[in-house]
Design a protein around this ligand. Structure first.
Ligand SMILES: *[C@@H]1O[C@H](CO)[C@@H](O)[C@H](O)[C@H]1NC(C)=O
Ligand SMILES: *[C@@H]1O[C@H](CO)[C@@H](O)[C@H](O)[C@H]1NC(C)=O
Length: 432
């Protein structure tokens, strides 16, 4: 394809069309349970910051008559959340239920002090989870109900004998005052979480060539048993967001639910990586003799090649050689269950290393190869056992006499299996 048409093709694939994800992450209710434990610590901290508004008024207490009262500076000293649950709300988000909670507070006043115990606090709130316009998660409280079954105030010192006469009245006012402040403070906790979510990174640098965009392409799908996150999962050249000439196709994860987290990567993600590394010119490898396995009978020198191409030994006697293996177009990766296949088209250029270190080209071969990897997860890393399906070599250019490429097959298989594949394996199949 000529250069002009290549760019026209790119121009006709608008970014907005590709809303299918490259990566899907499924968080099961086991994963959610783990999240609940983390979340409760945040909510507990938030409840500790509740500022109970001052309460004042006057009440007619018999037989004393009218009594003016004012309670101020109430501080919460302890919050207990012994029982909580998180449930999935299909199509929306999660529901958080906190039951049987208690709040203890202590206030010191000029005229004495009092202990306040709030018991049987119940909070039920629904939190919607969406994707914001930047692909980051955004949470919001949909509803919240809080109730308190009892409030007990005990006064010490000063005029406590007087206050204790009408605690039941104060209990009731306090119960209302606190009850009305619980939901706003839950909403506060959620909106604080939101501002943290706004700062989440959605692009991570992979290495000097590539970065990966893992922003959400749509709002999470919440079902009865899991939250599925649809992530872009697209590799880009660092600092240059050029779209590849292909887009993601729909895929789904298996409906397994026994683990906390499932992670599904599409061939699109792998192909976008291949596109990025190929356009960065990173898919090339110099091979020198010291990289050939020590157990190999073939060495990378003009003597070995002289056995197949006598002219090489004659023109360049006793020299080490160097091979340059590089792709000529973006390799194509296809996925089948437990099996990833990479088809690559490239060239192998052979050089003799002259005594003054100049490289003298001997020949260039076309290489068509296909390797498959059985994909599995080992120690939290994606691992693969690679097998060579196909290796076709043809002569492209010879700077020496024409020769039978077939005769080099064995040697080049050793190079491919012993040097190139382990290298590819190391760079592409071991994600941490
Ligand atoms: C993987 O898929 C490729 C391409 O379809 C096939 O040639 C190869 O035999 C498969 N390998 C395994 C181990 O299933
Ligand atoms: C190295 O040696 C070759 C052959 O003798 C010669 O053609 C080439 O110019 C030399 N290169 C340098 C950098 O000296």
């Amino acid at each position: 394809m000529s250069l002009c048409c290549w760019f026209i093709l790119l121009a006709f694939i608008p970014e907005a069309l590709s809303t299918d994800p490259g990566v899907i992450v499924k968080l099961t209710d086991k994963g959610l349970e783990y999240g609940r434990q983390l979340g409760m610590a945040v909510i507990q901290k938030q409840l500790l910051t509740i500022k109970v508004a001052d309460i004042s008024g006057s009440e007619s207490v018999s037989p004393i008559g009218s009594v003016e009262y004012r309670l101020s500076n109430m501080h919460i000293v302890d919050v207990g959340l012994p029982k909580s649950e998180v449930d999935l709300v299909p199509g929306s988000g999660v529901r958080l239920f906190i039951g049987n909670a208690f709040i203890m507070s202590f206030v010191l006043k000029d005229s004495g002090s009092f202990d306040l115990n709030v018991n049987g606090l119940t909070i039920s709130t629904s939190i919607a989870i969406k994707s914001d316009e930047t692909g980051r998660p955004a949470v919001s409280t949909v509803d919240c109900v809080a109730s308190i079954s009892s409030v007990r105030v005990i006064f010490h010192g000063g005029a406590s004998w007087l206050y204790n006469l009408f605690t039941s009245f104060i209990d009731r006012s306090l119960r209302n005052a606190i009850q009305t402040q619980v939901c706003p403070s839950v909403a506060n906790a959620v909106s604080q979480l939101n501002s943290q979510l706004k700062t989440l990174n959605v692009v991570a640098q992979v290495d000097q060539y590539a970065e990966i965009d893992y922003s959400m392409v749509s709002s999470p799908m919440v079902s009865q048993s899991s939250i599925d996150l649809s992530l872009k999962g697209e590799f880009y050249n660092v600092g240059k967001h050029q779209e590849p000439p292909f887009s993601p196709t729909p895929f789904s994860l298996s409906s397994q639910l026994s683990n906390m987290l499932y992670f599904g990567m599409s061939a699109f993600t792998a192909n976008s990586a291949a596109f990025v590394y190929n356009s960065a010119g990173a898919l090339s490898l110099y091979i020198t003799d010291d990289m050939i396995p020590h157990t190999s009978l073939f060495r990378l020198n003009t003597m070995t090649f002289g056995a197949f191409i006598p002219q090489v030994a004659k023109l360049f006697p006793g020299l080490l050689m160097k091979l340059l293996v590089q792709t000529v177009k973006t390799p194509v990766i296809t996925f089948e269950p437990n099996n990833a296949t990479i088809q690559a088209t490239g060239t192998v250029t052979a050089y003799a290393i002259l005594p003054n270190t100049t490289l003298s080209p001997l020949f260039v071969l076309n290489l068509e190869t296909s390797v498959s990897t059985k994909v599995f997860v080992r120690e939290m890393r994606l691992a693969g056992a690679v097998t060579l399906n196909k290796m076709d070599l043809t002569l492209r250019t010879s700077y020496v006499r024409e020769f039978q490429v077939k005769s080099l097959d064995n040697f080049l298989q050793v190079v491919l299996k012993g040097v190139v594949i382990p290298k590819v394996n190391g760079e592409f199949l071991y994600f941490t």
